[in-house]
Design a binder for this molecule. Structure first.
Ligand code: V47
Length: 429
């Protein structure tokens, strides 16, 4: 057992622990941040990644829908939320919300989901702000309507924070378990990992003090795992937190996973380290993490959480090229086609919410990194395709539906991400 301050720790001892599958201590994690060069980090993280997944790298075909940006919270890192104009519910697109507050109808959500499903998407990822007026029935209606229109599509939706909000606004109030059971009956398949931010009282107080904290976040994921609902886990890094606070966060995720694997019906599928995007938030004076910090954090997430099967680089936040590099630094999943993402926008692309990679783009990124592309579903099962049908092993083929009406501006693409990989540049020259 290695104890004491970081300078007493040897990389050989860390290597032995990793080979034996033993968890690294807090001091060892901090040592990785403070004293270990990026090449050694890559080598260590890659060895854990390859033990779990060989050279396979996962992607999926999905669509994100952010159904409202109205939110009762005012998190300092968030540029997505708009305050809800209380006085005049019929004139909400007013100065108070900056003129761009929105809420999507069930019909609009179904129409978007159908369009993606008919184009081959296996997953819809839905999250949004905490809307003060929308009743809980809206969320169950959304799930059942999407499921009816797109029967094989997996619904991954609602962060732990939203689940707690629903339990409070439901009339009569519901327990977390009742909320999750009702959502699952309506079609919910699994939950994303958002809302975790950094599990630390100081950071909570400074950046998201009105949001429920770690006790409640873990409570929701515990109940979900007990019910057999798989979930993900995020860490929002690169704002006011320290490396030590990141390591503590990762250890808390690892401990929760240990308990879930031991005594619950489901567990975390992946850790999603989210790179802070400062633009237009109350923390816009901060620089955000560097590319090197992104790479280190992804690698250290892999090393600190060996019991969580997957590490996802969400290319929207880390960028496609960094996500590509990270496939040799512990990451095995680069998420999916996404299409629209409203929560963060980088100004480079004019701030558009259309943020999409094609399947060819995703595969090319993976192949160029020396890995093998594997299309997965939300639960990391391999997807088999046959023309316009798909299936995962043990389940029936999807039933193709008619192409949906073009209800939103996909035909006017203003791509934020201009994917100019080396191969493309070579072809162009
Ligand atoms: O909870 C908010 C984060 C999260 C900013 O589970 C920001 O597969 C960076 O959780 N800069 C929502 N991040 C997104 C999320 C997610 C995304 C992709 C995949 C999965 C998954 C989950 O976005 C929020 C918050 O932590 N966030 N503002 C920002 N300025």
């Amino acid at each position: 057992m290695i104890a004491g301050s970081a300078h007493q720790i040897s990389i050989d001892a860390i290597r032995i622990k990793l080979d034996l599958g033993e968890p690294l201590s807090f001091d060892e994690g901090l040592h990785l941040y403070e004293n270990v060069d990026i090449h050694t980090l890559g080598e260590l993280a890659n060895s854990v990644r390859e033990k779990l997944h060989g050279r396979d790298a996962y992607y999926n075909i999905n669509l994100h829908i952010n159904y409202t940006n109205y939110c009762v919270l005012r998190c300092k890192f968030c540029s997505f939320y708009r305050p809800f104009a209380k006085e005049n519910a019929h004139d909400r697109n007013s100065a108070e919300d900056g003129g761009d507050g929105y809420e999507l109808s069930v019909e609009e959500i179904v129409s978007r989901a159908k369009r993606a499903y008919s184009a081959g998407a296996t997953e819809v990822h839905m999250v949004g702000g905490l809307h003060p007026k929308t009743p809980f029935s809206y969320y169950t209606d959304v799930c059942s309507a999407v499921k009816k229109a797109c029967p094989h599509m997996h619904i991954k939706a609602f962060t732990a924070i939203e689940i707690i909000h629903f339990s409070r606004i439901a009339k009569p109030r519901l327990s977390i378990e009742q909320v999750l059971v009702q959502l699952r009956e309506a079609g919910l398949g699994s939950m994303p990992g958002g809302g975790a931010e950094i599990f630390d009282d100081r950071v909570h107080e400074e950046t998201f003090k009105n949001k429920v904290g770690e006790t409640e976040w873990f409570e929701v994921h515990r109940v979900a795992h007990e019910l057999g609902i798989f979930t993900n886990a995020t860490m929002l890094y690169g704002h006011v937190e320290t490396p030590a606070e990141r390591i503590k966060h990762l250890i808390k995720l690892r401990d929760h996973q240990e308990a879930s694997l031991r005594q619950r019906k489901a567990a975390f599928n992946c850790v999603v380290p989210l790179s802070f995007v400062p633009d237009h938030s109350q923390l816009s004076h901060l620089a955000g993490p560097s590319g090197l910090d992104d790479l280190k954090t992804l690698a250290i997430s892999r090393l600190m959480c060996p019991n969580i099967p997957h590490i996802k680089a969400f290319w929207i936040m880390q960028s496609p090229k960094l996500a590509q590099v990270s496939l040799n630094w512990g990451v095995d999943d680069i998420d999916g086609t996404v299409v629209y993402y409203d929560i963060t926008k980088r100004e480079g692309g004019g701030g558009t919410t259309h943020q999409e990679l094609s399947v060819d783009d995703l595969k090319r990124l993976i192949v160029e990194s020396g890995c093998k592309p594997v299309e997965r579903d939300t639960l990391y099962r391999r997807v088999i395709r046959d023309e316009d049908r798909w299936q995962v092993e043990g389940e029936g083929w999807s039933v193709p539906i008619e192409p949906a009406e073009n209800s939103y501006p996909l035909d006017n693409p203003n791509h934020l991400v201009e994917l100019r990989t080396n191969a493309e540049e070579n072809r162009a020259s």
